[in-house]
Design a protein. Structure first.
Length: 208
C-alpha cells in the first residue's frame, strides 16, 4: 500500500500576520494554498497515481485541499473520508499567536524544542497529548487497511503538527520531521507496518 501524506496549502497571504493555527482556528485556503493543492494533483498525475480514497481532517484547510485534489484526479465526493483523527492539534495558549508573541512568554528554548526537535511543550494547554495524537493515527491506519485494497494508493491530508508526530513515531529524525505547506510524504506499507520512502518533498518529486 502507498500512503501519500499531504500537508494542506497556505492559509495566510503575503500581507497577513502569521500566527499558530490549530484545532480551534478554521481558516480557508488562500489563493497560494489552492495552487499548492493543484500542484499535488499534478504531481500525482505525473507519477501515474490515482488514489482510491482521500482521508482528510475536518478543518476547512484540509477539506478544501482534499476537494481540489479529488476533483482534478476524477475522484467522486464519496471517496473523500473526513476523519477527526486528522484534526490539527489544539495549540492551547499558543493558538492564534505569532512566534514572537509566544517566545516573549515562554522563551526561545520551548518553541525551538518543538520546531527543531519535536519536543512537546508542557504546561501550554495542547490537546490531545502526544500519546493521543499517535493513538488517533494508529486508529486511522487500521481503518485505511480495512477500507482499501492492499496495493491501493491512499491520500491522507492533515497538518504539520499531526505529521510531525507521525514522522517521529516512524523513527524519522526530529530535525527532519517538519512538513511544509503543500508538501508531501510517501509511506509504503506491508503486512508489518509502514516505512518512509520520502518526506517533505515537492509533489513533482513523487514516484513509485
Amino acid at each position: 500500500m502507498h500512503l501519500i501524506l499531504v500537508r494542506h496549502g497556505n492559509t495566510f497571504g503575503p500581507q497577513d500576520k502569521v500566527v499558530w493555527v490549530g484545532a480551534r482556528t478554521d481558516l480557508d485556503l488562500v489563493e497560494k494554498g489552492r495552487e499548492q493543492a493543484a500542484a499535488v494533483a499534478a504531481g500525482l498525475a505525473t507519477a501515474g497515481l490515482r488514489p482510491s480514497r482521500i482521508y482528510a481532517g475536518p478543518l476547512k484547510r484540509t477539506r478544501q485541499t482534499a476537494d481540489i485534489i479529488a476533483a482534478d484526479r476524477g475522484l467522486d465526493a464519496d471517496k473523500i473520508v473526513i476523519s477527526d483523527d486528522l484534526r490539527e492539534i489544539d495549540y492551547g495558549t499558543w493558538e492564534a499567536r505569532s512566534n514572537d508573541e509566544i517566545r516573549a512568554e515562554v522563551g526561545d528554548h520551548v518553541i525551538d524544542d518543538w520546531q527543531k526537535r519535536s519536543i512537546w511543550p508542557e504546561g501550554c494547554g495542547w490537546h490531545p497529548d502526544e500519546a493521543g495524537v499517535i493513538a488517533g493515527w494508529k486508529r486511522l491506519l487500521v481503518r485505511i487497511r480495512k477500507e482499501n485494497e492492499g496495493d491501493a494508493v491512499v491520500l491522507v491530508v492533515s497538518s504539520n503538527g499531526i505529521f510531525r508526530l507521525v514522522a517521529k513515531s516512524l523513527g524519522l529524525s526530529a530535525a527532519a520531521a517538519k512538513m511544509n505547506t503543500g508538501a508531501v510524504a510517501h509511506l509504503i506499507g506491508d503486512g508489518f507496518g509502514f516505512s518512509i520512502k520520502a518526506w517533505n518533498v515537492a509533489p513533482a518529486e513523487l514516484f513509485i
